[in-house]
Structure formats: structure tokens, C-alpha cells
Write a protein that binds this ligand. Structure first.
Ligand code: PEP
Ligand code: MN
Length: 355
């Protein structure tokens, strides 16, 4: 399905990249909301975020202040002139947010992963013209992400944007949620007119990662940033480690280098030709390697040998790992590439064995 989209134009908000949305993870008290919002507005932020209803992993955590917080959002609008946005997860939230005059809605990652909830929200939004920002589902499923936006679009929501907030993974090395950049990049390829906003706060999970992630998102040509900012981050009731003060946020934004998105200079297309040639020989070499692997498969079958010979596999990983390091390739990258090559060899040999 093609999405029927319109740009999210907001009066008084520059259309230049990046569109910036900032504010605390959660609205906690009226004072915290107003102090944070006033400081952000003073630094030129035009769109204020705050979670009013918070999806928590376990009961007993801070689940948001609920409807009283909407009154504080109204005050932010009235006193700072900023647009305001909050997360909605069901039709009751939608109704309350619309009644309070919330300007943009966002859908959280746990909600976009749930088609029933998405349909309920879409139904509640029938006939309403409001921008909706849809976070990627917690699991790395592009179709589910697009499906959530299709449901809203079918209900008549045309001012849509996607928020890339990273994906849950058992591998928690650097990030709280793995960025898996290829997924939003594929989304851009599939739906070029859809704005993509990066959420470095939930990808990184710690404040040191905000600046490099913002820069990375800009370098990938993303359209905007949604960043958690709190007047006293360390005392925040949720996501304390990843929030920054309005002044630190201002500092981070001022340092961003914004590069042109679509330029194809001659030298760039020359370099792209070289990349295409490299890719072509990579495929040729891989095909050659697989032909040899199949021959080995035939040999193993004739001599009744097992396909996977662990010693040999370790030797390959080690040899190529050190060769890769000498050539400036990351060890993790080399490991992943050779694991993929090895599992394709095994698959091809199994085919021969079972013939
Ligand atoms: C949030 O933005 O505070 C939030 C709950 O995010 P996510 O849905 O990405 O976990
Ligand atoms: Mn948060």
C-alpha cells in the first residue's frame, strides 16, 4: 500500500533540518515541566515533548502522572508558545490528549508493535487532522512499523512521521536499543516522502551517546531529532541516565554538522562506480568459494565425513580476523561476515549430502 502523506508543516517552525522535539521523558510535577519548558523555549526549541502515560516493564514503577499532566502541557503552550506532544497508547489517551489541545501525538514502541492497539488508536483518530509520529516497534520488524502507519493513514492521518528509537536486543553492548540503521534506511527507500526522526535518547540510553547519535542521524539524512531533556536529569523519575539539561542540549545541537542530503557530484558518482565494481567482484569471489565448498561437500559425502569440522572453522575465523585487523576492518565485522559465509557453505554442503 502507498501511504498518502502530507508534510508536517507547523507555523513558526523552520522547515530546515533538523526538526527538533525536546522535553523530559515524563511529566513529573508542574514545576519540573514549566522549568524545563521555559529553558528549552529560551534556547529556541519549538516543540515540547513529555510522557503523561508511561509504559513500564513492570507494575509498581512510575506510570506517569496521567490526565493532570495535560493541564501542565496547556500551560506550556500558553506561556512559551511551543507546540506540545505526548505519547498515546489507547483510545482514552487519544480523546484526553485531543481535548487538551495536544498538537502532535506520538506512538510508543510497545504500542506500534501491537496491531490491536494501533487499530484502536487509528479508529479514535478518524476524522481528526493531527500529526502523528510513530516509533519503530521494539522488535526489528519493518513491516510491522509500516503496518502501524498504514492503519493511521487508512483512518485519514496524512501528516505522519517515523521515529527511529532502536530495537530491543539481548546483546546490550553499547546501546540500550540497537540502532540497526539499515532498517530506517530501508524505510526511507520504501517510503521516500515519510520524514524520519531519530530518538538518540532511547537508542543510546546514556547521555554521552546523544551527541554522536544525533550527528550520525544527520549524516544519514534523517529529518529530525527527538531528545529527552530535563531541568535536573539525575533526579528524573524515569530514564535519568539518558536525559540532558536544556543547556547541554543547546550545546549538542550547536555542534551538529548538517550536510546536504541529495548531491551527486561527479567525483561522488566516480567513487560509486568503484564501489559497484568492488561489490561485483565480491559476489564473483563468493560464488567461486561456494563452488569449492560444494566440491568439498562431495568429498565429505564420499568419505562419510561430518560437514562441520570445528577445528577448521576456528582456524578460518582466526586467520581472517587477524588479516582483517591488519587491513583496518573491525573484528566484529569480520566475524559476522565469515559466520554468514560459513553458514552458507554448510547449507550448500548439506544439500549435496542429502541428495
Ligand atoms: C519515551 O519516549 O519516553 C518512550 C517511552 O519511548 P519508547 O516508546 O521509544 O520506549
Ligand atoms: Mn523515556
Amino acid at each position: 500500500m502507498e501511504l498518502d502523506l502530507q508534510p508536517i508543516k507547523l507555523q513558526g517552525v523552520s522547515e530546515e533540518r533538523p526538526l527538533v522535539i525536546a522535553g523530559p521523558c515524563s511529566a513529573e510535577t508542574e514545576e519540573q515541566v514549566m522549568t524545563t519548558a521555559t529553558a528549552l523555549a529560551k534556547n529556541g526549541i519549538k516543540i515540547f515533548r513529555a510522557g503523561i502515560w508511561k509504559p513500564r516493564t513492570k507494575p509498581g514503577g512510575f506510570e506517569g502522572v496521567g490526565e493532570p499532566g495535560l493541564e501542565w502541557m496547556k500551560r506550556v503552550k500558553a506561556e512559551t508558545g511551543m507546540y506540545v506532544t505526548t505519547e498515546v497508547a489507547n483510545s482514552r489517551h487519544v480523546e484526553a490528549a485531543l481535548k487538551a489541545g495536544i498538537d502532535l501525538l506520538w506512538i510508543g514502541a510497545r504500542t506500534s508493535a501491537n496491531p490491536f492497539a494501533m487499530q484502536e488508536i487509528a479508529d479514535a483518530l478518524k476524522g481528526v487532522d493531527i500529526p502523528v509520529l510513530v516509533k519503530n516497534p521494539v522488535n526489528p520488524d519493518l513491516e510491522l512499523w509500516i503496518g502501524a502507519m498504514e492503519r493511521l493513514n487508512n483512518a485519514g492521518i496524512k501528516r505522519l512521521a517515523a521515529i527511529h528509537r532502536g530495537f530491543t536486543s539481548s546483546e546490550k553492548k553499547i546501546y540500550r536499543n540497537m540502532p540497526l540503521w539499515h532498517i530506517p534506511i530501508e524505510l526511507r527507500r520504501r517510503i521516500p516522502a515519510l520524514p524520519i526522526i531519530c530518538d538518540p535518547s532511547h537508542i543510546g540510553g546514556k547521555r554521552e551517546l546523544i551527541a554522536p547519535l544525533c550527528q550520525q542521524a544527520m549524516d544519514m539524512g534523517f529529518d529530525g531529532l527527538i531528545i529527552e531533556s530535563h531541568c535536573a536529569p539525575d533526579t528524573a523519575w524515569s530514564d535519568a541516565a539518558q536525559q540532558v539539561t536544556p543547556d547541554i542540549l543547546d550545546y549538542i545541537l550547536n555542534l551538529l554538522v548538517i550536510r546536504e542530503v541529495t548531491y551527486t557530484t561527479e567525483s561522488l558518482s566516480e567513487l560509486r562506480k568503484q564501489i559497484d565494481a568492488c561489490d561485483e567482484s565480491l559476489i564473483q569471489e563468493l560464488a567461486k568459494r561456494m563452488r569449492v565448498a560444494r566440491e568439498i561437500g562431495t568429498y565429505k559425502k564420499e568419505h562419510n565425513m561430518a560437514i562441520v569440522q570445528t577445528g577448521r572453522y576456528n582456524e578460518i575465523l582466526e586467520k581472517r580476523g587477524s588479516q582483517g585487523a591488519l587491513c583496518g576492518l573491525g573484528s566484529e565485522f569480520v566475524r559476522i561476515v565469515f559466520e554468514a559465509i560459513h553458514s552458507e557453505s554448510v547449507r550448500q554442503q548439506l544439500e549435496i549430502l542429502n541428495k
